[in-house]
Every structure is written in structure tokens, then in C-alpha cells.
Ligand binder design. Structure first.
Ligand code: DUC
Ligand code: ZN
Ligand code: ZN
Length: 482
């Protein structure tokens, strides 16, 4: 009798630290052994392929409820399909709060919708209104239910928090044991520059980048870190777009502050020039923060190499280009201010990072695994169940052909959005099989998974995000209901 339900045989196993030829034995959906000569009831031949942990996308927007009603076009089924096609097996998406409302009811609604997912999933709880009821009553319940990370926006109408509200969220996170993730841009500076640009008739998509230069991201990042340092609350800075923002993180880390940073493929391979395409085309590349320039991208690769930024997520936020409810919801002549922000990237994240990172010699495959799977799993309390190949871990694997050359098309992305900003890009390296908890859910581009087969990942308390204990004057203001 075979020892394993499934053996992935003869591939090159890539862990966060090593690469070696070995078989991976799977039993009951988990990795049971990594060794030589393993025998399974079924075998998948991985000769010539890399065997890597399934991707963990710790920042993507799926079926997010909109303030005006309705939800994102990308559903948990279509988003899962794209993720699995691209080698990602776990996601952390969002439960959002609308100002004046609570957070328990929307979270229940997201749980209901996400029950259709085919990837494993968790949520970041967005706080847009730090009311007493939310901060002192509802938020502790949300965190206790396993939603162990919060998200705040320092810009965007109608989402942004002022500094006092941000402090209240940081304090609540400290009391309840959650990580806070932060969208860092200066709200008033963007509004002021936007008003001036519109007054000058500068309305085209390219002026989106002009409205929010890197300095306003740097200022907000500095402020977010300073306030988190004062509260002694660990944070992650979302979607760092350029090296001068990463530098704020680096300086704080040197002081011992628990701050981490992520970036996304759009900041590594796109630029503000993409928003300057003819007509309305530039809208396809509009996201916030805005992509910068080639020098910023090169600098970001260095921050990944140096470990200053240690997660690459997609920030998948899809708005179709050709449909009335997507990018052109306010018409093709809409000023940049009124064009929805966000680019799709769930399915593109791994191929782009592998091709631009590993195939182009900027990093080895172990570093790639750390950035797209291990580090997000560690930071968000999913490790070692997710993000590595080791006995006991879920058998979430992607079998990767490092030599396959593919031209990216929207069809290959398998999301519901009608375009990809990476259309036509040639990549070297491609996922051929995705395995989720021991089940083959994608083979040669065909996704076969039952809607509802994804599992909610309740996240328990974990040491990495514990406060440091360093407080100004030793006074813990977060202990008071203020
Ligand atoms: N920026 C965000 O902060 N979220 C989603 C889309 C975007 O561009
Ligand atoms: Zn954001
Ligand atoms: Zn986002």
C-alpha cells in the first residue's frame, strides 16, 4: 500500500531557504514528507519543474461592497479562478465599514459571500469610522473571530481617518492583538493639488500622478510610523511605490520599530507614463499610490533585495475598461479625480514577479518564494500552515515551468475584468499546476475547483505582532477609553 495519497515526484522543491530535488508526499491535504523515493496512490511527475508553496496574496480587493451600493465586479468565484490560474492559493481580502455604520454586519455579509471562494481566505477589517461602539465593542469581537488585521486609509473620500481616529484604531489593535495595515497618502495635500490641477484644466488620466507625488506618500508614511511608534503598535505600510517611502520604513526599523512594507508588481513594472496613453486608455493604469518612473522601480527592486520591503501583494482592485460600471462610470471625459482607482493583478502577480525577478537574475527562487508566500504568511499569522513546504503544512503547491515563455493576455488572467495592464508583456516562467490542500485545482490553465471549497482562515494570536513594550514615558495611553 502506498504511504501517501499523492506524491509530487522528481521536481526541484523551493523553500524559503533552500532548493533541492525531492519528492513531496501529501496525506489528508497536508504535506506529510519531503524526501526521496516516496510512493503515493497518485503521482504527479514534476521533472523539470519547480515545486513551490502556493502564493499568499495578502492584499487584494474581491467582491468589496461599494458605498453607493453593489459590489466589485470581481466575485469570490472569479477572483479565486484568477488566483488559482496564477498559482495563488490563499488570499487576504477586505471587509469594509461605511461611515456611520458598524463592522459586525458587513463582516457577516463578507463571510456569506466568501463562502463561494475556491482559495483559502481571510479578511482585513477596514475601519473608516472609529466610533466608540466600533472601537470598544465591535472591533474586539471581530479580532477574536480570527480577523487579526485592520486596514486604515489616511486618504480617500469617504474612507480616510484623521490622526485622532487613526490613534484610536492603533490603540484598539494594541489592546486586541491585531496588526494594522495603512494606506499612506496625505488627504489634504491631494485635495489641494487636485483642485489646482482641475482649475488649470488638467483633467486627463495622467494628472492622477501629478495630484499625488511621492512626497505626499512619504509624508503620510512618516506620520503613520511616528504615531504607531508612539502607541507601540506594529503596522504594515501597504503598496510602497518608491524607494524614498521605503527609506522611512528602513529608518524606523533601525530604531527597532515594528513596521513592515509591501509593494506590488504595478510599482515594479508600470510607470506614470502608462497613464499618458492616448484618449482614455491611461485610466487602465490608474491606481493609488500612482506608479512612478523607471528609476523608482529599479530602487524598489533594491529594497526587496535588501529586505526593507518583504512582501509583494497584488492590490488587485479591478474595474473593467469597457463596461459602464467600471473605469468609465463617470464617462470617458471624466476628470482623473472621478475615475475609479485600481488595477487587476491576482493572476499576474506570480508570473510577473518570477519573470522580472528570478528569470532576469534579480533574485533567486527562494527569495521569490519568501516575497510571494512565506513573508505574507508569517506577517499575517498564517505560517507555518501556509507559505512553506514542510511536514504539517497545508499541501498548497504550485508546479512551475521556469523556462516557459508566455505572452500575457487578459484571457490568461481568467479574472472577470476585461483588461490587464500587463497585456502583451512577455514573461519567462509559468504555473502549470496548482494544488490546494492536496487537490489539483488548476492544470495547464484549466481551473477545476468547486465554488465553496475554499476555507476561512481564522488567525490566532502570534508573537511577531506583539508590541515591543517601548512607550514614551512608559505611559500606555491605549489602556484608556479615549
Ligand atoms: N488603491 C487602493 O488603495 N486600493 C485599491 C485600489 C487602489 O488603487
Ligand atoms: Zn490602499
Ligand atoms: Zn488596496
Amino acid at each position: 500500500m502506498a504511504d501517501y495519497d499523492l506524491v509530487i515526484g522528481g521536481g526541484t522543491v523551493v523553500t524559503p531557504s533552500d532548493m533541492f530535488r525531492a519528492d513531496v508526499g501529501v496525506r489528508d491535504g497536508r504535506i506529510a514528507a519531503v524526501g526521496i523515493g516516496l510512493r503515493g496512490e497518485r503521482t504527479i511527475d514534476a521533472d523539470g519543474l519547480l515545486v513551490m508553496p502556493g502564493g499568499v496574496d495578502s492584499h487584494c480587493h474581491i467582491e468589496q461592497l461599494q458605498p453607493a451600493g453593489g459590489a466589485d465586479e470581481e466575485t469570490f468565484v472569479t477572483g479565486s479562478t484568477s488566483a488559482l490560474a496564477g498559482g495563488t492559493t490563499s488570499v487576504i481580502t477586505f471587509s469594509t465599514q461605511f461611515k456611520g455604520h458598524g463592522i459586525l454586519a458587513p463582516l457577516a455579509e463578507y463571510r456569506r459571500r466568501a463562502a463561494q471562494a475556491m482559495v483559502d481566505y481571510s479578511f482585513h477589517q477596514i475601519i473608516t469610522d472609529a466610533s466608540d461602539e466600533v472601537i470598544f465593542n465591535e472591533l474586539p469581537q471581530v479580532v477574536a473571530s480570527g480577523v487579526r488585521s485592520l486596514k486604515v486609509f489616511l486618504t480617500y473620500d469617504p474612507l480616510h481617518l484623521d490622526d485622532r481616529q487613526f490613534l484610536r484604531v492603533l490603540a484598539a489593535a494594541r489592546r486586541t492583538g491585531a496588526l494594522v495595515t495603512v494606506h499612506c497618502e496625505n488627504y489634504e495635500a491631494i485635495r489641494w493639488r487636485t483642485a489646482a490641477l482641475l482649475a488649470d484644466g488638467k483633467t486627463a488620466p495622467k494628472y492622477h500622478a501629478w495630484s499625488r507625488p511621492a512626497v505626499i506618500e512619504r509624508e503620510a508614511t512618516h506620520r503613520a510610523i511616528a504615531l504607531a511608534e508612539m502607541v507601540d503598535q506594529p503596522i504594515q505600510i501597504f503598496h510602497v511605490s518608491c524607494p524614498e517611502v521605503a527609506e522611512e520604513i528602513s529608518r524606523a526599523r533601525a530604531r527597532g520599530v515594528k513596521v513592515w512594507g509591501e509593494t506590488c508588481p504595478q510599482y515594479l513594472v508600470l510607470s506614470a507614463a502608462d497613464m499618458d496613453r492616448p484618449g482614455f486608455e491611461g485610466a487602465k493604469f490608474m491606481c493609488s499610490p500612482a506608479p512612478r518612473d523607471a528609476a523608482a522601480s529599479e530602487g524598489l527592486w533594491k529594497t526587496l533585495h535588501d529586505g526593507v520591503l518583504d512582501v509583494v501583494s497584488s492590490d488587485h482592485s479591478g474595474w473593467s475598461y469597457g463596461t459602464p460600471a467600471g473605469k468609465r462610470v463617470n464617462g470617458v471625459d471624466a476628470p482623473f479625480r472621478d475615475i475609479p482607482n485600481g488595477v487587476p493583478g491576482l493572476g499576474a502577480r506570480l508570473p510577473i514577479m518570477f519573470s522580472e525577478g528570478v528569470s532576469k537574475g534579480r533574485m533567486d527562487a527562494c527569495a521569490f518564494v519568501r516575497l510571494i508566500a512565506t513573508n505574507p504568511a508569517r506577517l499575517f499569522g498564517l505560517y507555518p500552515r501556509k507559505g512553506t513546504i514542510a511536514p504539517g503544512a497545508d499541501a498548497d503547491l504550485v508546479l512551475w515551468d521556469p523556462k516557459r515563455v508566455v505572452k500575457v493576455t487578459n484571457q490568461l488572467m481568467q479574472h472577470v475584468i476585461d483588461y490587464t495592464p500587463y497585456d502583451g508583456m512577455e514573461v519567462t516562467g509559468w504555473p502549470v499546476t496548482t494544488i490546494r490542500r492536496g487537490e489539483v485545482v488548476m492544470r495547464d490553465g484549466i481551473v477545476q475547483a468547486e465554488p465553496g471549497s475554499g476555507q476561512f482562515l481564522a488567525r490566532e494570536p502570534y508573537d511577531l505582532i506583539k508590541p515591543t513594550g517601548r512607550l514614551p514615558f512608559g505611559f500606555d495611553a491605549s489602556a484608556f477609553p479615549v
